[in-house]
Design a binder for this molecule. Sequence first.
Ligand code: KG4
Length: 339
Amino acid sequence: MDITLLGIESSCDDTSAAVLRNGILLSNVIAGQEVHRKYSGVIPELASRAHQQNIVPVVDTALQEAGVTIDDIDGIAVTRGPGLLGSLVVGVSFAKGLSLAKNIPLIEVNHLNGHVLSHFIKVPEKNTDHPEFPFLCLLVSGGNSQIILAKSHKDMEIVGETIDDAAGEAFDKCAKIMGLPYPGGPVIDRLAKEGDPARFKFAKPQVERLNYSFSGLKTSFLYFLKKEMAADPEFIEKNKNDLCASLQATIIEILMNKLIKAARQYNIEQIALGGGVSANSGLREAVVREGYKHGWKTFIPEFRFTTDNAAMIAMAGYYKYLDNDFSSLDTSPEARNNF
Ligand code: KG4
């Protein structure tokens, strides 16, 4: 019997819906939110409002593009958290309403598990290889920086995480300091290609175990630029490419050092990447390069599955469906990763 699932994702600033049949992706629609651009960061209240405007047309389009109707849907997988509470409320409420109205089982999904399981999405006419359990996933986005030990589809352990800012925040905040547009990650990535990564040296954090910290880097970057700008007000403009290349190299080195340590500690040679920052060309190259060195098998996601998307939520929902792991209508959104 075919299992056709509708996935819904609204944890941050992307409203997304996807249709997946037997693990094969039929559609994946993502509506981004331009409204945050002028604030150089996501404004939670504006995100919730934009989700409310987007959710009905996004779900409608996902069903249409997949060539199905709501009556073909066997389960609704929705992100329960972690994420922005107001944003999650929109997706979860919509999913519950649809579940109740159409008598379709509801499946709550942990957003982080979704990112890890994005590597298992099957795309029609494409032979996609996926990691074998156990594997490590470096999950880096605007809200997350974790090393996750995936033991099975449902058993995942966070073995390292940031104690302050996420890696994406480091990119975005440092870009803002340089006067670059939001989101800063892709802009820094582009400018870094023309710059010298060894030109400037920035402080690297000393954090215990497999954890990360990025707020010190941002602060030292700010003070370094203040000092240089006092001597030469055009310092940023003149050195933009080298600043971006050096900053990006520092962030990648911080991420990779702990990932290598984790791989050693857990004796794992299957390494996957996930989250918005995994679109970074330098990080992708670094994972492949270190992979050769350490004998890893590496899994780099397609660009469309790096950022927040409902395809990965439907994928995680598919494994829960197979386990008969459904949710009651009492389920509520969770901002933190404590469920
Ligand atoms: O997963 P995502 O779409 O959602 C959030 O968690 O918000 O990740 C967005 C983050 C932003 O911080 C953005 O600057 C970063 O991913 N990002 C990048 C690149 N593309 C997106 N960072 C570095 N290089 C990129 N190419």
